[in-house]
Design a protein around this ligand. Structure first.
Ligand SMILES: Cc1cc2nc3c(=O)[nH]c(=O)nc-3n(C[C@H](O)[C@H](O)[C@H](O)COP(=O)(O)O)c2cc1C
Length: 262
């Protein structure tokens, strides 16, 4: 195995960190690696906010589903799908007037722009994760950054066409840390040839057989099986419902209608 494959395969999500600062030279390497990720049309439709300030980390640990370890991470990196810069540039350079003159449609960013900006952002984020890992710096994604939109918008001064898509906590592995890898689904349920293959009942049972071992009869959700327990814990949880609400609120901006810039 070469070094790249080793780094990819040995990574785990790290939620406990050595009390050691991540120096700016390492952060520069991580960010340059993020920027080298593929990016649609070379548009780089994302922005990054580095958070080192303890009070902001503390607030994020609360607004992102009360995950205390966020506050203890030496660095927190926020990654945003960002069409604001491109849209502002179009405005600056008279694209609206140009479209009027040439009878072309001119609009604010659309949902499809958001989707491709999210693809861009995640390519960059994962390059950052692997670059960090190669330097001995572990990380953990925090999906809950999509929650509490109104709070994050005000706190981080986000304009309308900036969508908080990923957050990474980063720090060195503690000396006593023992890596435990979490299993993944087998290829037969994930990798298809030439066309999609919808899984039948027996394949689904086979796919989840390992995870079903984690089911406990006496669970607080009064669930009868693993699926019900998982649904109750995850899909029907308070944080999940907040994510649904928050994302709906964010998406209101991405309607492709013309409006004055904010
Ligand atoms: C989009 C995304 C969001 C995630 N959000 C969280 C989170 O909010 N809190 C957390 O502790 N881990 C979070 N994780 C980490 C996953 O729980 C973790 O990747 C998964 O359990 C597999 O473990 P591994 O990364 O160690 O292989 C997230 C991962 C991804 C990709």
């Amino acid at each position: 195995m070469n070094e790249v494959i080793k780094v990819i395969n040995n990574r785990v999500s790290l939620r406990r960190y050595k009390q050691k600062e991540v120096d700016s030279a390492s952060l520069d390497i991580i960010i340059e690696s993020m920027k080298r990720a593929p990016t649609a049309g070379n548009m780089q439709m994302y922005s990054i906010i580095l958070v080192k300030d303890s009070s902001i980390k503390q607030r994020l640990s609360v607004t992102c589903d009360n995950q205390k370890f966020i506050a203890n991470a030496p660095v927190v990196m926020l990654i945003f799908a960002d069409l604001q810069k491109w849209f502002d540039y179009y405005q600056l350079e008279g694209c609206e007037e140009y479209c009027k003159r040439h009878n072309l449609e001119y609009s604010t960013p659309q949902m499809s722009d958001l989707m491709i900006a999210i693809e861009d952002s995640m390519c960059a984020a994962q390059n950052g994760v692997i670059a960090a890992e190669s330097l001995g710096i572990g990380s953990c994604y925090i999906g809950d950054i999509m929650e509490s939109y109104e709070i994050h918008k005000e706190m981080l001064e986000l304009p309308d066409f900036v969508f908080p898509i990923a957050m990474l906590t980063m720090g060195y592995y503690p000396d006593d840390f023992k890596k435990t890898q979490i299993s993944r689904f087998d290829n037969e349920f994930m990798v298809f040839e030439n066309k999609y293959s919808r899984l039948d009942e027996s394949s689904l049972k086979k796919m989840f057989a390992n995870r079903e071992k984690r089911f406990t009869e006496n669970n607080i959700y009064e669930a009868d099986n693993f699926a019900q327990m998982f649904y109750a814990r995850k899909t029907n949880s308070e944080f999940y419902r907040e994510m649904v609400r928050s994302v709906k609120e964010i998406l209101k901006n991405w309607d492709g209608k013309m409006k004055t810039n904010s």
